[in-house]
Design a protein around this ligand. Structure first.
Ligand code: WT7
Length: 646
């Protein structure tokens, strides 16, 4: 980690931040040394409870039976809506922007959002949904998706949001796994300027499913859809006349709130289950401290609702804290490079949270799209989902945030419920690409391959040593799988599956998933180190490194590289890149192949699908495996085409 790159956080930000360094140190110590009192104080401050808890925490992480706030009762939707009516009923709770910039925005005040949620909850009860039932939400990024999540929470049904780009097969597998009785969908979704027939996908998925009794359809586009009488209902018909007077279900703290399936590139997807009490406390506190939420803030988390980031930082965290949250319908890409900045300017966005992938995509379009829009409202920027290379971090900091906004690189997972490691926004300075510090209550360690604790400066497997309120409780319907996946490899610890480095100041940097590491000529290499060396060249937008098998059977380094818009892809550039890696990391790390890629294949949540890149690099193009999570399938075709020369 190069400290010389560290960027100071301006005093103007630090003076107004929610938590300063001193407070962080004190609270972090309390959160570990006197954990019950810390979490009790936070839970009381952030959440309204109908009944108080008997124990703050019981069971244990290692035992796979951790429980938080047992005996307490609450309702998550009540906390996200009703609780704010008195103080901010007329404040905007939700702003929605369509993909097309000529379609008007839709906004909901807290009062209006509550009313919509209550009416849907009443209507769902009317079609037989009961507390504990499972409801599948296969919806585009429209306000009805947020309304549906909160309506389920209000009446005690368990929602599972399935990304609207998922295939009928993926949808069927998920509905089947958790026996949804109701699916809420739309006639169509808009993605990359194209219509996606989501209702038709539901029809295909449900052909062989017994459990689904009702399909509720939001009218988004107006195209003709197939209709199954007796099963299908229009969302707007269902709401017609439904009373806004809907009772609140008093849920146990440990009752499930939602199930979210992890993508499962090679194995069947896991239904990660989160519960009401601990998850809400953790979402609200991380949003307040790391995204530095202030009253009146407009927060834009550019992430799919079908991803945990959308759950925690578009819906539950910001609304629990009484913020204004922004939802964008479409996909941001090279196709509409101005759209993000138009929205920031128009709605005076204060906090912007997104992925390194999107940052790099927007960076490759040049600075003018950004600078021609007013960004003076921005106060904090955040990144999540992948290691962020220093160039993308610096661009985000310098060009987007005008060096005024701290950039927090936040590490966490679907399983962790909320942010686990992040720089403190009010630190004196922040190092690019370092997720820095554990959050309150997070007791981390690095282990070597034998499971021994690494002390001081060093690297190893990132594990968590004790429970925290936001942790997943189980894999839905398969508790043994929860224990064997996360708790068995290093007994007593939660195995994150990621590797990390810790520097001399105790700050962490995530180097990526352990499977992403390369072993070349007996030397273990981090893909992110090689990628950072490549993207350090200002002509390069993105790079992804995978292993390839050389003719003699040994492992080599294969680099997929996307240049900045308009840069020539020639030998000179390839040689310059190889020289950078040679100088920075040594001869073993120098790529055997530099393959130009107009774009890299990624999931909708922004992760580069290395599995696919590795297959193409090794010529296994006939069996690319599951490609259903791809954001844009055309990208793969063009890569296969460009790799043929090698
Ligand atoms: C995996 C989790 C956090 C919700 C979104 C992802 C990678 C996440 C970072 C980061 C480096 C990161 C890890 C992690 N990851 N954040 N700041 N730096 N890597 O949720 O789909 O469950 O993926 O994303 O590999 O394990 P997810």
């Amino acid at each position: 980690m190069t400290d010389s790159l560290a960027r100071p956080v301006p005093d103007s930000f630090r003076q107004k931040a929610n938590v300063d360094t001193e407070t962080y140190e004190r609270l972090y110590r309390q959160s570990l040394d006197d954990s019950d009192s810390f979490w009790a104080e936070q839970a009381e401050r952030l959440v309204h409870w109908f009944t108080p808890w008997e124990t703050v925490q019981s069971g244990s992480l290692a035992g796979g039976d951790a429980r938080w706030f047992e005996g307490a009762r609450l309702n998550v939707a009540y906390n996200c809506l009703d609780r704010h009516l008195e103080s901010r009923g007329d404040q905007t709770a939700l702003i929605w922007e369509a993909e097309a910039d000529d379609e008007p925005a839709r906004t909901f005040t807290y009062q209006e959002l509550r009313e919509a949620v209550c009416r849907l909850a009443t209507a769902l009860r009317g079609i037989g949904v009961k507390r504990g039932d499972r409801v599948c939400l296969y919806l585009p990024m429209i306000p009805e998706a947020v309304i549906s999540m909160l309506a389920c929470a209000r009446m005690g049904a368990i929602h599972s949001v399935v990304f609207s780009g998922s295939s009928p097969d993926a949808l069927r597998e998920r509905i089947d796994d958790f026996d949804a009785t109701v699916v809420i969908t739309a006639d169509q979704a808009m993605r990359y300027g194209r219509k996606v027939p989501v209702k038709a996908n539901v029809d295909i998925a449900c052909e062989t499913l017994e459990s689904v009794k009702r399909v509720v359809v939001v009218q988004r586009g107006g195209d003709e859809v197939n209709w199954q009488d007796g099963r299908d209902l229009w969302f707007h018909d269902l709401l017609q006349g439904a009373s806004a007077d809907s009772p609140v279900a008093e849920m146990e703290a440990e009752d499930p709130l939602f199930i979210l399936y992890t993508s499962g590139a090679t194995t069947t997807p896991k239904g990660v289950m989160h519960t009401c009490g601990g998850y809400l406390v953790y979402s609200a506190l991380t949003h307040e401290v790391i995204l530095d939420h202030h009253a009146g803030d407009v927060h834009w988390c550019i992430a799919e609702l079908g991803w945990i980031t959308g759950h925690t930082y578009t819906v539950y965290g910001p609304l629990a804290n009484g913020g204004t949250t922004l939802l964008y319908e479409g996909a941001l890409s090279a196709r509409n490079p101005k759209r993000a900045w138009q929205i920031v300017e128009k709605h005076r966005v204060n906090t912007l949270y997104t992925t390194p992938t999107l940052i790099r995509t927007l960076m490759a379009q040049g600075d003018a799209h950004v600078t021609e829009h007013d960004r003076s409202s921005l106060r904090l920027l955040g990144s999540v989902g992948e290691p962020i290379n220093p160039e993308a971090w610096s661009w985000f900091h310098r060009v987007v945030g005008e060096e005024r906004c701290p950039v927090v690189d936040t590490w966490w997972q679907t399983e962790t419920g909320g942010i686990m490691l992040s720089p403190l926004p009010a630190a004196e300075s922040i190092k690019p690409g370092a997720s820095a510090r554990p959050f309150f209550g997070i007791d981390v360690a690095l282990l070597d391959e034998q499971g021994a604790i690494v002390t001081g400066e060093g690297s190893g497997r990132l594990v968590i040593n004790r429970s925290w309120p936001g942790q997943m409780r189980t894999v839905y319907g398969d508790h043994d799988r929860f224990v064997s996946t996360y708790l068995t490899e290093f007994p007593g610890h939660y195995a994150s599956g990621d590797a990390a480095q810790r520097d001399g100041e105790g700050e962490y940097r995530i180097t990526g998933h352990v499977d992403d590491r390369l072993l070349v000529e007996g030397v273990s290499l981090e893909t992110s180190d090689i990628e950072n060396a490549l993207t350090a060249d200002p002509r390069i937008a993105e790079a992804a490194v995978v292993s390839c098998t050389r003719d003699n059977g040994s492992q080599g380094v294969y680099a997929w590289v996307t240049p900045m818009l308009g840069e020539p892809t020639d030998e000179e550039l390839a040689d310059a890149l190889k020289a950078r890696v040679l100088n920075g990391l040594g001869a073993v790390a120098v790529p055997d192949v530099i393959q130009w890629a107009p774009a890299l294949p990624r999931t909708r949540s922004g992760k580069i699908l290395r599995r696919i890149l590795k297959k193409i690099a090794n010529g296994e193009i006939d069996d690319l495996g599951d490609t259903t999570t791809l954001a844009d399938a055309n990208v793969v075709d063009s890569l296969v085409e460009s790799s043929r020369g090698n």
